[in-house]
Write a protein that binds this ligand. Structure first.
Ligand SMILES: Nc1ncnc2c1ncn2[C@@H]1O[C@H](COP(=O)(O)OP(=O)(O)O)[C@@H](O)[C@H]1O
Ligand SMILES: [Mg+2]
Length: 256
């Protein structure tokens, strides 16, 4: 059984078809990528997978459960977590607190109890702190734990969001353009982080424009163009696909 199955997924915004009858599957332990030109519908797919946008039609099945149109917190609870193309960092919090925010959905004690300071809440909080620090270590940011999140450069904001998304203990992690704003060295580190995440048993689906990263780390690639899937397969085949080169890769190379 695939971990995630997307069937005939459609999303319309008024007269615009942003996602048009898209099908794909993600299997446990895969690193899978979705690529395509700007406006192809990639983020909209992520928004439907995480309950931010309701599908107009079609189905999303996760571990055999139909999650189409379910609320974001329900989907997070079932094991799908994400980062955002435009990072969503709490600027008035420290780096480690930003990770702990993600952890709250997994702890029995809600925010309110933590603030009141009940003993059990405090114990859970120290566990959350330990867990958050180990996640920061995983993304190579443990030394920045107590820094203000506002001071982080773009690349580290993405890494922080990855740590926060992992704090919900997902089975499937969705990354929306995690290499945006990163230099080559940082992108290399990101690839290692993604491998480590997969090594830890988390399946990864990423949207990304950095083609060397995509082709290096992905087991399979889905290509969207104007909302439609135009190709799907292993990176080597995708790189040679005439339709993909015409729609996307040709320009990506020219602009690189
Ligand atoms: N909330 C929305 N309302 C109206 N149109 C939207 C909305 N979200 C996305 N779109 C449109 O849907 C299309 C796909 O957008 P998006 O999924 O962000 O593309 P990508 O991530 O591939 O660049 C674009 O034409 C975009 O303008
Ligand atoms: Mg996008």
């Amino acid at each position: 059984m695939p971990l995630l199955e997307v069937k005939n997924l459609c999303k319309q915004f008024g007269g615009l078809t942003a996602v048009d009858n898209v099908d794909f599957r993600v299997y446990t332990d895969q690193i899978k990528a979705i690529i395509g030109p700007n406006g192809a519908g990639k983020t909209t797919v992520f928004n439907m997978l995480t309950g931010v946008d309701k599908p107009t039609s079609g189905k999303i099945v996760f571990e055999g459960i139909d999650i189409s149109g379910k609320k974001p917190h329900v989907i997070t609870g079932l094991g799908i977590s994400r980062t955002f193309q435009n990072t969503q960092i709490f600027k008035n919090m420290s780096v480690v607190e930003n990770v702990m925010v993600g952890r709250h959905i997994r702890t029995k004690n809600g925010m309110l109890k933590c603030m009141i300071g009940l003993r059990s809440a405090r114990i859970e909080d120290s566990e959350s702190m330990d867990k958050a620090c180990s996640l920061l270590k995983l993304v190579g940011m443990e030394k920045k734990a107590n820094k203000s999140a506002d001071d982080l450069p773009v690349g580290e904001r993405h890494l922080l969001e990855i740590a926060r998304a992992l704090a919900t203990e997902p089975k499937l992690l969705l990354l929306d353009e995690p290499a945006a704003g990163l230099n080559n060295e940082e992108t290399g580190k990101l690839a290692e982080v993604i491998y480590k995440i997969r090594g830890g048993g988390v399946t990864v689906l990423l949207v990304e424009h950095d083609m060397s990263l995509v082709m290096d780390i992905s087991d399979e690639v889905v290509v969207l163009n104007f909302g439609e899937k135009i190709a799907e397969g292993p990176p080597l085949l995708i790189q040679q696909d005439g339709q993909v080169i015409q729609a996307y890769l040709g320009q990506a190379v020219e602009h690189a």
